[in-house]
Each structure stands twice: as C-alpha cells, then as structure tokens.
Design a protein around this ligand. Structure first.
Ligand SMILES: NC(=O)c1ccc[n+]([C@@H]2O[C@H](COP(=O)([O-])OP(=O)(O)OC[C@H]3O[C@@H](n4cnc5c(N)ncnc54)[C@H](OP(=O)(O)O)[C@@H]3O)[C@@H](O)[C@H]2O)c1
Length: 340
C-alpha cells in the first residue's frame, strides 16, 4: 500500500518540496499506525528545505516533526493504545525521561528520522502521547516541538514562579508558547517583536510589556528599565548569535538564559563576561522528553489553554504554508491539515 507524503526533493526552499507516493508501512509488534490529521511547522522545517543544518537522511525525505492524529491500527503486543485514540507523536521518538543523550538526538522526526507530513505515521507505542482534552487536531499538532521547548525551558529547567519576569524574543511559535506558559504560572512577560501589530496581539494574550526590537535596537536597556535595573529572571533566547549578547545584558544577576534558537544565525562574537560576573545560568534546550510532554499536556488540559494558530493550510497547499512561514508574517503557529 502507498500513501502521500510531502518530501524534500531538492534543498532549494519550499519550491524543492514535492508530493510523492511512498510505501505505507503497517505496524509491527509494539507499533501503532497513526492517521495524521494535522501537522504544524517549525522554523527547523524551513531550514531543512534549505539544508541550512546538516540533515542525516538522503533525499527525498518526508518533512515535519509535529503532527497529531488518530490510531487506526495497532501491532501485536500494544497495550497503551487502541484504535480511535487521539495521539501526538513525540518529537524525539526515544526520549522517555531524564537528560538528553547522543542516542536521543538520533530519534528526531523530520531530521534523523522520516517526518510526519504524510497520510500516516508508524510509531513505537512509547513514542506517542495522548492529545490534551479539548484540543482540535490542528491545535494538538502545535505542541511537540515549539510548546515543549518553551515548557522545558521555563518549567522543566527554569522552575518558573509566580511573580518572575520572563523576557521572550519575537512572536513565533516558541515565543508565543513561552508567553502563554509564563502567564499560566503567574509570571510577568516582556515580549519583543519587529511589528507593533504583533505586539498588540501579544498584549491581548496577556503580555505585560512590549518592545519593538527594530525601532528600539537597544531593547536590552529597555528591559533593564522595565525591571527597575534588575533584569529579567528568565530569557527565552531564540535569536542566537545576533541577540545572545543583548539577552545576557537583559537578564538579572543569577538569572537564566535558555538558549533555544538561531534565527539570526550560528556565528558571532560573544563576550562571556556577563555570564561569569552575574552568575547567569546559560542553558541549552533541545525540545524535551516524553515525561515533560505529558506534564505539559496535563497543564494545558487543566487550564484549557489554546495554542495560538496563525493560519491553517490544506494538505495540498503545504508549499504555501512554508512560504507563509518564510515571509515571517505569522504570529504563533502555522498548521497544515492532514489529507481529507
Ligand atoms: N532548541 C530547540 O529545541 C528549538 C525548538 C524550537 C525552535 N527552535 C529554534 O528557535 C527559533 C524559533 O523557532 P520558531 O519555530 O518559534 O520560529 P518561528 O515561528 O518562525 O518564529 C520566528 C519569529 O522570530 C522572530 N525573530 C526573528 N528574528 C528575530 C530577532 N533578531 N530578534 C527577535 N526575534 C526575532 C520574529 O518575530 P517577529 O515577527 O515578532 O519580529 C519571527 O516571526 C528557531 O531558530 C528554531 O530553530 C529551537
């Protein structure tokens, strides 16, 4: 049997994607067949279409790490799931709990392993979590990477407390989830964006302070002023080389910078002195484990939190979804529906 899948054929950006017929595997012992009902995009997927980061798989390969769907068949010996369950494949297919290892890195969907922008996905029964109550497939598909990364940074490592100040950069997937989780925990949020319109939307979601980083290139000084010269307790650093120095200047003594993204690139000079002098915790974050995912989903269900979706595209229009993301006009997540 065959199925349709969006695959990277040439690394020329979204135009290099093609809709191909590929074999649809049946679940073996311990495996589950999931019909994919929605997929969300991450910046990483866009990078993959350009091969900005080394990919492990030969071309063509199926793109996408974040999907949600329903179980349509189970292999021999599967006990955790039954047909009809609404599930989400974990970003790392083999990271149940604990710290990340080299082996975990080899189990990333849409990177080291074939992705989920296809009709079906076969997963080990331990590589799935239940969808949080009350979420649509489109909403649930936003969670495996961006949401979990923000949760892992702020709650898993950051032990976020009510009254803390969180600084989050930009209004993409990770940052908007960081805003939502911070508000859920009673924290104060300072958010930056290149767009005043997006900052208004962030305010509507509960952001306490907003800074346009284009009209205020010294935004770290503004953060300092907004925190009575103390600095933020947590910084969600998604900019990388171009913003890290400013983030280090915007965090308080003893504060935490979660190093997550590379939107401004990989290379640049960083002065490590603020890290030393202010005893800053500089923590690399790479998505999160299934244990973190399950904890996050419990909180999402309890608080009836709704992921912020910018736009939903039809399966056939996947290239348009990638182009929309590349244009940078989105606020929150870009989603592609599964094949009807
Ligand atoms: N380590 C991990 O586990 C992990 C997980 C997920 C993502 N990431 C990384 O985190 C980054 C963000 O990913 P994403 O999926 O959230 O991306 P995204 O949804 O495409 O978000 C991009 C947004 O970032 C903002 N931005 C761009 N340049 C900026 C700058 N110089 N300063 C501040 N904000 C800037 C823009 O917001 P405005 O339009 O508001 O200006 C842009 O819309 C990427 O580098 C991605 O690879 C890492």
């Amino acid at each position: 049997m065959n199925m349709k899948a969006w695959q990277i054929k040439t690394c020329t950006g979204p135009s290099g994607l093609s809709l191909n017929e590929i074999p649809q595997h049946q679940p073996r012992a311990g495996e589950v067949l999931v019909r994919i009902r929605a997929v969300s995009l991450n910046y990483r997927d866009l990078s993959a279409t350009r091969r900005e980061r080394p990919g492990n798989l030969p071309l063509p390969f199926t793109i996408g790490s974040d999907g949600a769907g329903e179980v349509t068949a189970i292999g021999v010996g599967v006990t955790k799931w039954k047909v009809g369950d609404r599930v989400i494949p974990t970003f790392f297919q083999d990271w149940p709990a604990g710290g990340i290892t080299r082996e975990v890195m080899g189990t990333a969907l849409g990177g080291a392993m074939q992705g989920v922008l296809a009709e079906y996905h076969v997963a080990d029964e331990d590589a799935l979590v239940s969808m949080p109550d009350g979420l649509s497939f489109e909403e649930a598909a936003t969670l495996p990477c961006a949401a979990l990364t923000a949760w892992h940074a702020l709650v898993g490592h950051g032990h976020l407390k009510s009254g803390d100040t969180v600084l989050t950069l930009g209004t993409g997937g990770v940052s908007i989830f960081a805003l939502q989780f911070a508000k859920l925990h009673g924290a104060r949020v300072i958010i930056t964006s290149s767009s005043d319109e997006k900052l208004e939307k962030a305010r509507a979601l509960g952001a306490d302070e907003t800074i346009n980083y284009q009209t205020n290139p010294d935004w770290e000084k503004q953060v300092f002023a907004l925190t009575q010269k103390r600095g933020a307790d947590h910084v969600i650093e998604v900019g990388g080389a171009g913003t890290l120095q400013k983030s280090l200047d915007a965090v308080r003594f003893g504060g935490r910078v979660s190093l997550i993204g590379v939107l401004t690139g990989f290379e640049g000079l960083i002065n490590p002195w603020p890290v030393i002098a202010r005893s800053v915790t500089l923590q690399g974050i790479y998505v999160g484990s299934r244990e973190h995912f399950e904890a996050m989903n419990k909180a999402i269900s309890l608080h009836k939190m709704k992921p912020v979706i910018d736009r939903v595209f039809a399966f056939e229009d996947a290239q348009l979804a990638f182009e929309h993301m590349a244009a940078g006009a989105h606020f929150g997540k870009v989603v592609i529906k599964g094949l009807a």
